[in-house]
Design a binder for this molecule. Structure first.
Ligand code: BGC
Length: 382
């Protein structure tokens, strides 16, 4: 371990000591978030790690990628654990992160062949996932440095993250001004508000790519977590994980989570869609549809710790990714290797490949309009 890495870790330990949980579920109150140096990029840009805590929840957020590097919540006995996968150093985030905790843009998930046409113009995006463009291409919002401003507002605490994506960046038209607000409420909810404007017609699909393991990061597989997902339909994909256009019923398939079911229950079913995804890696069509206010989407529970996470969103879709491509080569925050199924993602979003699917809810943003999207993670225990 390098000296600088040790210094960063020592700094982190000191910061943690001032905020140490008392063992009760509501140990933290909403003080203004503070920052410490986390590392430096090759071009000399300093990357900071912000710590914000409120209610029972504490988040650590990097200015690189807006990455949630740690998310601590209590179990049913009030013991906190970091329930998000990540790294303890910047170099690993830069070199090999599968989007751990990151903000995703300009377009979450895949665009077929990295191509789309808008108002008669054709655009070609970088191909970084076989024949397709994934999560904004090879240098998406997860690899950009965000301007961060802390705030307190009433009993809320939070961070405002800003990034201006120049016209043509990663192949997308229009200067896109993006603001993402992470808020922790006094009840320990983590809320994400996205806003974006453009000066030319473009396509946008913003999300957050946290990998959860509610028993604690690095503690093994997530297959015994239960998931209840309010979605009667999902978007089946081809072998390159591009939607076929069908909105298929989940009934009598491994994709039926309408009643709580263990994540791992049907992952070994020889269903062609499970084969394509190497597990579940699919967009679910939320029953509530696109809404002006965040509405209920899902509940995840981890039986041993009793931790529960509910998600509410304005978005019409939810990508459920069961950590299929983790392969035991990445060493996580606490020094353990992540193997297949050691974390899962639930990414609120518009549907993949919408720019090529006029029948899907539109992802087109035009000058004068403001894209707004909100997703709330509410934590509790049982
Ligand atoms: C995608 C997966 C991809 C993962 C990490 C998810 O959002 O659906 O196919 O492997 O992100 O890159």
């Amino acid at each position: 371990m390098s000296t600088s890495r040790r210094t960063v870790l020592a700094g982190a330990a000191a910061a943690a000591a001032t905020l140490t949980a008392t063992g009760t579920a509501h140990a933290w109150s909403g003080r203004l978030p503070s920052r410490e140096l986390f590392g430096q990029l090759a071009d000399g840009t300093k990357v900071y790690r912000w710590t914000l805590a409120n209610g029972g929840t504490r988040l650590k957020v990097l200015s690189y990628g807006g990455i949630v590097q740690s998310l601590e919540i209590p179990d049913r006995r009030g013991r906190h654990a970091n329930v998000s996968l990540g790294f303890d150093n910047l170099a690993d985030y830069v070199a090999k992160s599968p989007y751990f905790g990151a903000l995703i843009g300009r377009y979450g998930n895949r665009i077929a062949k990295g191509r789309f046409t808008l108002d008669g113009h054709s655009y070609q995006l970088p191909l970084n996932d076989g024949p397709n463009s994934l999560h904004g291409g090879d240098r998406g919002f997860d690899k950009r440095v965000w301007d961060i401003e802390p705030f307190t507002h009433g009993s809320d605490v939070g961070l405002v993250l800003r990034y201006v994506s120049p016209d043509g960046e990663a192949g997308y038209p229009g200067t896109l001004r993006v603001t993402v607000t992470y808020t922790l409420t006094a009840g320990g909810e983590w809320r994400i508000d996205y806003a974006a404007t453009t000066d030319r017609a473009t396509v946008v699909n913003l999300t957050s790519h946290t990998y959860f393991q509610l028993a604690g990061e690095g503690s093994g597989g997530v297959h015994d977590h239960t998931l209840e997902l309010a979605a009667a339909r999902y978007t089946p994909v081809d072998s390159t994980l591009i939607p076929t256009g069908e909105l298929a019923t989940v009934a009598r398939t491994p994709f039926d989570f309408r009643r709580a079911k263990a994540i791992g229950a049907d992952l070994r079913e020889p269903h062609p869609q499970i084969v394509y995804g190497k597990g579940i890696d699919h967009n679910f069509v939320l029953d509530k549809g696109l809404t002006a206010r965040p509405e209920y989407a899902l509940t995840v529970g981890e039986p041993a710790s009793g931790r529960v996470m509910r998600m509410y969103t304005t978005e019409p879709g939810m990508q459920f990714y069961s950590g299929n491509f983790l392969d035991g080569t990445l060493e996580g925050t606490s020094g353990r290797l992540y193997r297949q199924g050691d974390g899962f993602c639930l990414e609120s979003q518009h549907f993949p490949d919408s720019p090529n699917r006029p029948e899907f809810p539109t992802t087109v943003l035009r000058p004068g309009a403001v894209l707004r999207s909100t997703t709330v993670h509410a934590f509790s225990t049982r």
